[in-house]
Design a protein around this ligand. Structure first.
Ligand SMILES: [Zn+2]
Length: 461
């Protein structure tokens, strides 16, 4: 398959390090609030990439981290639970939003069983070890408020800083303690932050220039992913994914930390998805367009319709979300579901190998989902014009390749009985009974209509 690699800035043939296997690392959520739908789209694209690699025959190991300790989680846990011990407060807050995250993932068709999740808090020893390695390699130094990565020392040792995007190294800022900072100039960033009062902290001792430093504290955000990806997958990785906003400084720093620790390369491919706008504007709380999955469900939409709306865009293009776009995706999904609903009453379309091959080819071509979905539309239009239901192979394929489940549960025996009674009433030209039975079915959210081939039912959505 072909995929765009942010490191080389071109579409490349994908070649794994080990034949037939892929190590895939996705930067996971920072669990301090409900994820907005733009973040959610990044995980839908990561899930799509994993499915496509599997479809291409690879054995994929997919790891995703949960950032459960960083500036934001600490800040908000202090606010939410001021009376509680800091580590306990952090756990309360991050457990709560990890759970919400897992539900959001599941509802939007992401296969949780294919992802191995790793918590930052559970990987602190590995972060301390990695920080020590950088000190040993003279790429890190101890300061008053923690341990920092030295960009200039890294560059002086012959490494390139700024591989994902142009960064101003000449005018680098001295040092930055915050996890998130200025997007265009290099700064020495924190690997380990010395504890501040009222913050959760872990014991750590570092050696530097023959001196020993006991620095209770907590990791910087960037070191977390370098340590966790190496712990679970080994370095170099085949593919690393994330939103485009993570390119700098986060992913650049991940590369620098891992290469600074002695690896020739951190990840062979970086795959970034573009931003999601809402009504053509950047999402923000002040504009009131900061939506979560809850907003989508509150308006009565199936989270799967949101997934489809995401897949309607190409991951590299800036996408736009609006209620009209979601409505259209919802209608498209319902059309496919309605066709699948008819499968027990109608003949199934014969094998659709060509359709499936065309969809696969589109996905293998740098995840061209708009083209894959257009192929599906063509298929559904054709079968409905012939009064046929989709083949089981297509329904299963949709589920496996795109994570869209269009097959609802079958109707109950009781409901089937009502349909049979109604069939008899119609044969007897007993229109009154026929209408009563139709109303009875409507109470089960089943809509029945009469065609040349007999009664057909579908779910009212
Ligand atoms: Zn990360």
């Amino acid at each position: 398959m072909k995929i765009y690699n942010s490191l080389t800035k071109q579409i490349e043939d994908f070649t794994p390090i080990h034949e037939g296997a892929v190590s895939l690392y996705s930067c996971g959520p920072t669990v301090y609030n409900n994820l907005h739908i733009g973040n959610l789209s990044a995980f839908i694209y990561a899930d799509l990439l994993r499915r496509t690699l599997s479809l291409d025959g690879y054995d994929v190991k997919h790891v995703m981290n949960i950032t459960d300790v960083d500036d934001k989680t600490i800040r908000d846990s202090k606010k939410a639970y001021p009376e509680i011990e800091p580590k306990e407060a952090l756990k309360l807050l991050t457990d709560k939003y990890s759970n919400v995250f897992m539900h959001d993932l599941k509802k939007t068709g992401n296969d949780l069983s294919s992802i191995e999740f790793v918590s930052a808090v559970a990987s602190i020893p590995e972060m301390i070890t990695l920080t020590q390695k950088l000190l040993d390699n003279n790429i890190a130094y101890v300061a008053d408020d923690g341990v920092y990565f030295s960009v200039s020392a890294y560059v002086a040792q012959g490494n390139t800083y700024g591989r994902l995007q142009q960064v101003d190294i000449e005018h680098s800022k001295a040092r930055v303690a915050n996890d998130e900072y200025d997007k265009d100039s290099a700064s020495d960033f924190a690997l380990w932050k010395k504890e501040e009062s009222g913050e959760p902290s872990w014991d750590a001792t570092f050696e530097s220039n023959d001196k020993s430093y006991s620095i209770p504290g907590r990791p910087g955000w960037h070191i977390e992913c370098s340590a966790m990806s190496e712990k679970l997958l080994g370095v170099p990785l085949d593919i690393h994914t994330g939103g485009i906003d993570l390119k700098f400084p986060h992913h650049e720093n991940e590369i620098a930390q891992s290469c600074g620790a002695g690896h020739d390369e951190f990840s062979h491919y970086f795959v970034h998805n573009n931003h999601m706008l809402v009504d053509g504007r950047k999402m923000s709380k002040s504009l009131g367009n900061f939506y979560t999955l809850r907003d989508i469900e509150d308006r009565g939409f199936d989270p799967q319709a949101f997934r489809l709306a995401v897949l309607e865009g190409h991951y590299q293009s800036e996408s736009n979300f609006s209620w009209e776009i979601l409505e259209a995706a919802s209608n498209r999904l319902h059309k496919w579901q309605a066709a699948a609903d008819l499968s027990w009453q109608r003949e199934a379309a014969p094998a659709s190998q060509e359709t499936l091959e065309n969809i696969k080819a589109a996905l293998f071509d740098n995840l061209n989902t708009p083209k894959a979905l257009a192929n599906l539309d063509g298929y559904f239009d054709e079968i409905s014009s012939k009064d046929l239901a989709p083949g089981d192979d297509v329904v299963a394929f949709l589920n496996k390749a795109l994570g869209l489940n269009i097959c609802g549960e079958d109707i109950t025996d009781e409901q089937k009985n009502i349909l049979k009674k109604r069939e008899k009433a119609r044969a007897d030209k007993d229109w009154g009974t026929s209408d009563t039975l139709r109303d009875e079915l409507a109470r089960y959210n089943l809509h029945v209509r009469d065609s040349s081939t007999g009664q057909l039912w579908e779910r009212i959505r």
